[in-house]
Write a protein that binds this ligand. Structure first.
Ligand SMILES: [Zn+2]
Ligand SMILES: [Zn+2]
Length: 357
């Protein structure tokens, strides 16, 4: 069995892994880079054309941005993903197989089986355990336990010959402490009843942060959402498969739809423009000098978010939707993995590009 890293290890985005056995070959994720260059995975035409399947962990561009590139270069295999992932991606693959959430196991042939579970990272995100020709390979995808909104099928006691595990955050604390830090900053920023702006992506941490704020602050600080995020709330809040029990009990009316224009004292506004790249977002920030801005995810080179941060106009506290180094260690210790490949961290290299086992 040959496992090949085509991107995503010691890299910015571009997550992609190729596995070749005696009889089968497959890919897991096909992302583009997040450094602004949209680099595609390092795959030969032969590798692309030999893959029977592409397993997609979730919709984010660093895992799906290169699907079209694969198809243009002769990939004709089936693309497996959850229904939520399919809904969220822009380029719909030609040959998709939707994973059945009621039966998280699939036999692709007698020596090729796949099991999956939810990762808690965003709606539709899954991990995969792939059993092929007598070997087992585990792919965590972007993995987050304990999220206030998304369910996670926690991985414990799992055996695999090789595991590709989320190692995105180079820090020694855990997710629960990181969430506490975000909440402390939020409370600090609204204590004088100033409005607070939280730029978030369309799919991901927005709903998680909103739920935790509501659980902590109740009605004292109403939470407003951009129309796109509010749609997600209506779409997902009562879906048993992805939302946690505490969320299923919350009425839709706990959050309010926002016109992305009017701002009131003490209100908390979730804006679906994570990098503040749109001109109306900047207008909003400039028109409301009293409004705090809290960034909770990685700040990229485009948009005004980075500038606001360096000028002191915005604050930054990272919201966890990946594993920290400490949690990656916990994860290794509670499972049985012979080889571990840490991914999703530009500073974390693997021992090699190819593993043969
Ligand atoms: Zn992701
Ligand atoms: Zn990712």
């Amino acid at each position: 069995m040959r496992f090949y890293i085509a991107g995503g290890v010691g890299d910015q985005g571009r997550n992609c892994f190729y596995v070749q056995g005696e009889r089968h070959a497959f890919l897991v994720d096909a992302g583009t880079s997040t450094d602004g260059m949209d680099r595609v995975p390092d795959l030969t035409l032969e590798q692309i054309r030999s893959a029977d399947y592409l397993f997609v962990t979730h919709s984010h561009r660093d895992h799906t941005g290169a699907i079209h590139f694969l198809e243009e270069n002769g990939f004709t295999g089936q693309v497996l993903m959850s229904n939520q992932t399919y809904r969220q991606i822009h380029h719909k693959p030609l040959n998709t197989m939707i994973l059945d959430s009621t039966a998280p196991e699939l036999e692709l042939s007698t020596d090729f089986r796949v099991i999956w579970g939810r990762t808690g990272h965003c709606a539709g995100a899954v991990w995969f355990l792939i059993e092929i020709e007598g070997k087992k390979l585990f792919f965590s995808g972007d993995y987050r336990e304990g999220d206030p909104f998304y369910r996670c099928d926690e991985v414990r006691g799992m055996k695999a010959d090789l595991a590709v595990v989320d190692a995105a955050y180079s820090r020694e604390d855990r997710g629960s402490e990181m969430r506490e830090e975000v909440m402390k900053t939020v409370e600090e920023m609204v204590k004088d009843n100033h409005p607070l702006l939280l730029p978030v992506p369309h799919y991901g941490r927005g709903l998680s942060i909103a739920v935790l704020i509501h659980q902590r602050l109740g009605d004292a600080h109403p939470v407003y959402m951009s129309p796109k995020l509010y749609d997600e709330w209506l779409n997902l809040a009562h879906r048993k498969y992805f939302a946690r029990d505490a969320v299923l009990d919350m009425p839709y009316s706990v959050f309010k739809a926002w016109d992305e224009e009017h701002v009131e004292e003490g209100g908390i506004y979730l804006l679906t423009d994570a990098q503040l790249a749109k001109s109306y977002s900047r207008h909003l920030a400039d028109e409301n000098p009293d409004m705090g801005i809290l960034l909770t995810g990685s700040v990229h080179g485009y948009g005004r978010a980075g500038e606001y941060l360096s000028e002191g106009r915005a604050k930054f506290t990272l919201w966890p939707n990946h594993l920290t180094r400490r949690e990656m260690q916990d994860f290794k210790e509670s499972n049985y993995f012979s080889i571990v490949v840490p991914f999703h961290n530009p500073k974390e290299e693997a021992d090699a590009d190819t593993f043969i086992f």
